[in-house]
Write a protein that binds this ligand. Structure first.
Ligand SMILES: [Zn+2]
Length: 222
């Protein structure tokens, strides 16, 4: 990847990811970011090593070589961990007439044909929406704007392709935007289309003039 990832999850969020205490959809966004971000992969490995060391310190007696081997055998026998140790290959998907490489973590959610809803330059396709955390792909055509909005909950956006801009900066492939009810922003694209993964724990709230009329169209975004 040419773009160096600049916007990362806070360490606290990575710790919760490692402890598996995040809601599954938030965990998915972090997993997909990790697929794209060597920096956070290293931080995660360090945090896991620290946790492992803390575990060893808890033990009354130092572990013998045999015990270590048994522990390693046990860990590598866990199917989920074995999978996470495999090289995580990105996969290609045809989206809006172009083939886009996506992080491996998203593959299980993209087995079925996507159903796109379109509004002007913005298209959304839900990946899962049965519970309170809504997961969708957001495709924003070049020179388009998502109307200014605030958030009733947490909004996590992971840029998968292209670039998105808002009042706080520019975000490229792999960058993670985390917005809370304290943030109001107007994401927009410039010269290229942009594909994002969007996780919302509550609907967006549109703020300005006529765009407030979008609030009843929440099903597009949430
Ligand atoms: Zn990162």
């Amino acid at each position: 990847m040419i773009h160096a990832v600049k916007h990362h999850p806070a360490q606290e969020l990575l710790e919760q990811y490692i402890e598996a205490s995040l809601a599954p959809e938030l965990s998915l966004a972090i997993a997909a970011h990790l697929d794209l971000c060597p920096h956070c992969q290293r931080v995660k490995m360090d945090l896991e090593a620290e946790a492992g060391a803390a575990l060893v310190n808890l033990a009354e007696e130092p572990a013998t070589a045999t015990e270590w081997q048994q522990m390693l055998d046990f860990i590598t026998a866990q199917p989920e961990l074995a999978v996470s140790m495999e090289k995580r290959q990105p996969f290609a998907l045809q989206i809006q007439n172009s083939e886009i490489l996506l992080p491996a973590s998203l593959k299980p959610l993209l087995q079925n044909k996507l159903k796109w809803l379109n509004l002007g330059g913005i298209s959304t396709a839900k990946l899962a929406g049965e519970d309170q955390h809504n997961v969708s792909l957001l495709y924003i055509r070049k020179d388009s704007e998502v109307p200014q909005h605030t958030h009733l909950g947490l909004e996590i956006t992971l840029v998968l392709k292209g670039k998105i801009y808002d009042e706080a900066g520019c975000y490229g492939e792999g960058d993670l935007l985390i917005n809370t009810p304290d943030h109001t922003h107007t994401p927009r694209t410039m010269s290229e289309d942009c594909l994002c993964l969007s996780v919302l724990t509550a609907p967006l709230k549109f703020k300005k003039g006529l765009t407030r009329l979008l609030n009843p169209l929440q099903h597009l975004f949430y």
